[in-house]
Design a protein around this ligand. Structure first.
Ligand SMILES: [Zn+2]
Length: 309
């Protein structure tokens, strides 16, 4: 599959999958469908359209939910990460039920769904958000930052849970379709046994099980199959961050640094970047040398040094 890196993408045809909803426990179904150039990613539920943009995020506590006029769709992050990871610019995501199915807790089933639908290249050039100035948000010892960088998106993530299996993991990825599907897409969501019990008592995470999450108790991984990567936890956090960044509405050219961040802080970063006019610029190069020229012109040497520091 030889795709043009600067042209917009959608699908050749529709494709669906069904599964359990993590929070509702209900059987839910999602269909991905082709959309014309410049549509962006748009959720559809009961005939209402909800663009997958930061302005439509209504909840980031347990998962990411989008909503509009009282209609909500939950657990959107792993599907959005798969679309961003595969470089899909335009799609309708028709959801039947209150949330996107959790599947195995990773993005891999959605990557398979995208392959089933087939990637269709459109003639129009893709728009990118070029980060021109570092923007940082913090909360206690948590940090999320976007800074200027050459080329495309890279993410460096560090987590440090007070747990022997999940203390001080770091991972860096230079995002491409290949690195996403090889290193990130298969990483599953995770949780702690004590939280699962608490959530179940509160009527939440009703669909949660060892089939759709890595669950750890104080010392062990409870899933009989073990981990898919020794550092699966931090890789999943990168998957989540990619889904969160996708709510900018276009691929980002820049470097993200995250320390102990999560959906809420990632969303704060997205909103800050979009609100600070001079922090970023929308560019629409049609080839690599054109992007290079744009970067030479727009990225001050100082800004790039900031990233190295
Ligand atoms: Zn996740």
């Amino acid at each position: 599959m030889d795709l043009h890196p600067f042209r917009q993408r959608s699908f050749k045809q529709r494709a669906s999958l069904s599964g359990i909803g993590l929070h509702s426990g209900a059987q839910v179904r999602v269909t991905i469908a082709p959309a014309p150039a410049d549509t962006g990613i748009v959720f559809v539920r009961d005939g209402s359209e909800i663009p997958a943009l930061a302005d439509f995020v209504v909840d980031t506590t347990m998962n990411t939910s989008v909503g509009r006029d009282g209609i909500r769709i939950g657990t959107v992050e792993h599907l959005l990460a798969a679309l961003a990871g595969c470089g899909i610019d335009n799609a309708y995501l028709e959801v039947e039920g209150p949330e996107v199915p959790i599947m195995d807790g990773s993005s891999e089933p959605f990557v398979a769904l995208i392959r089933e639908a087939g990637i269709h290249e459109l003639r129009q050039s893709r728009r990118f958000l070029l980060v021109r100035k570092a923007v940082t948000v913090t909360e206690g010892d948590k940090l999320a930052r976007l800074s200027p960088a050459r080329g495309k998106l890279s993410i460096n993530y560090t987590i440090d849970f007070r747990h022997p299996l999940i203390s001080d993991q770091s991972f860096r990825v230079d995002m491409s379709e290949r690195s996403f599907s090889k290193d990130i897409a298969r990483a599953r969501t995770f949780g702690f046994k004590r939280d699962v019990e608490r959530l179940h008592k509160a009527g939440l995470a009703r669909g949660g099980s060892l089939d759709n999450a890595v669950v750890v108790d104080d010392f062990n991984i409870l899933n009989p199959e073990g981990l898919r990567f020794p550092d699966e936890f931090v890789r999943h956090k990168i998957l989540d961050a990619l889904g969160d960044l996708s709510l900018i509405g276009m691929p980002v050219i820049g470097h993200m640094t995250a320390v102990k961040s999560g959906h809420a802080l990632n969303h704060q970063l997205v909103r800050r970047v979009l609100a600070e006019g001079e922090a970023c610029e929308v560019v629409q190069p049609s080839a690599a040398d054109e992007l290079h020229e744009i970067q030479e012109r727009l990225l001050p040497v100082l800004a790039l040094e900031e990233q190295v520091a």
